[in-house]
Design a protein around this ligand. Sequence first.
Ligand SMILES: Nc1ncnc2c1ncn2[C@@H]1O[C@H](COP(=O)(O)OP(=O)(O)O)[C@@H](O)[C@H]1O
Ligand SMILES: [Mg+2]
Length: 355
Amino acid sequence: MTQQELAPPGLQLEGVSKQFDSGEAPVRAVNDVALTVDHGEFIALLGPSGCGKTTTLRLIAGFERVDAGAIDINGTLVANSSVHLPPERRRVGMVFQEYALFPHVSVLANIEFGLRRMAATEKRARTGEILELTGLAGLEGRMPHELSGGQQQRVALARALAPNPALILLDEPFSNLDAGLRARVRAELGNILHAAETTAIFVTHDQEEALSLVDRVAVMLNGSVEQVASPHELYTNPATRSVAEFIGDANFLPGVGHGDTIECELGILATRKQIHGQVDILLRPENIELLAAQPGRPAARVRHSLFFGHDQLITVQLPTGTYLTARLGPSDAYEPDLPLRVAVRSPVIAYPRWY
Ligand SMILES: Nc1ncnc2c1ncn2[C@@H]1O[C@H](COP(=O)(O)OP(=O)(O)O)[C@@H](O)[C@H]1O
Ligand SMILES: [Mg+2]
C-alpha cells in the first residue's frame, strides 16, 4: 500500500446535524450530512443561499457544536455529541468573503499573526516560504489598503496557510471581487492550494465557480448533501431531481418507465438506468433537437427565442401543452409559431414522480 492509501481522510463528516432554536420554528440548518474529503484534496461545497454551507464550515472549525454525528480531521475525532475540541486545537485555517485582514498592520504582520509562538528565525523562514508560495514576495511591507482585491485575498490565504493547518476552509472567498478579476484569482488560489497540498473546502453558491475549480463538488440543498461527484458526473448524471434542477438548465417531461425504456410524448426513449412507473425525464437544452415537422402529425410550435450569438435558446410548446427549451447553434432562425418535430438525444435520465 502507498502512503496515500494509508493516510486517513483529511476530513470526514458522518451523520452531522445542527438545529437552531431561535425565534419561532426551529431551523434544521444541517441535516445528517456525510462527507469524506481525501487528504490534500480541494473540494467545493455548492448550494443556494441558506442551505447550510456556512453552518457546516462553522461546525468543522469548532465555532458551533454538533447536535449529532461525528467530525474527524486527519483521523482525529474533533466533534460528536459529547466531544468538542475548541477551534484553536483543530488546526483549521479559515478564509472569509470579507478577508478580515487586520487593517492597521502590514502584510507581513497579518501573515505572522498565527505564528506568535514560533521562534524568530523559524518564523522568518516560514513567512518567506508563504510569501513565495502565494506570490506576495515584495509586498510584505504594504498595508492592506495598498493592495488590490485579488492581492488582499491572497494575504488572507497566506495568513490561513502560515501555521500549516490540517485543513483550510474558504467561505465564498471570491464574492467580493468583480467579475473580471474573479476567474484569475480563482485559478491562482487553486494553484496555491494545490502546491500547498493542504486539504481544503471551498464554499460557494455559484455553480460555474464550483464546477470550473475543483475535481469534486458536494451539492448541498436544504441542509443535506445530496450528491458528491465530479462536475461532469453532476451535470450528466444528477442523483436527484433537485440536483438536476440546481445544476445547469433542466427541462422535465412526464413519462412512464418500462425498465430500459420510457414512453413519453416524444416516443420511446432509451434510459440510462432501469426505471418503472410514473417518471419525470430530465432533458438538458443541448440534448433537444428541433427538426422539420412531419406532414399529417401534430407539431410542436416555437413560442419564444433568445439569441446569444454563439448559441440560442428556443422554447417550443409540444402538442399536449408542455414547454421545452432547446439550446441550438446560431445558424438557423426560428420564427414564432414555426411548426417543428422535437427529438431527443438518448439515453436519458429520469426520476420517479412523487407528487
Ligand atoms: N446562529 C443562527 N441562529 C439561527 N439560525 C441560524 C443561525 N445561523 C444560521 N441560521 C439559519 O440556518 C440556515 C443555514 O444558514 P447558513 O449556514 O448561513 O447558510 P448558507 O451559508 O448556505 O447561506 C438558514 O436558514 C439560517 O437562517
Ligand atoms: Mg454562507
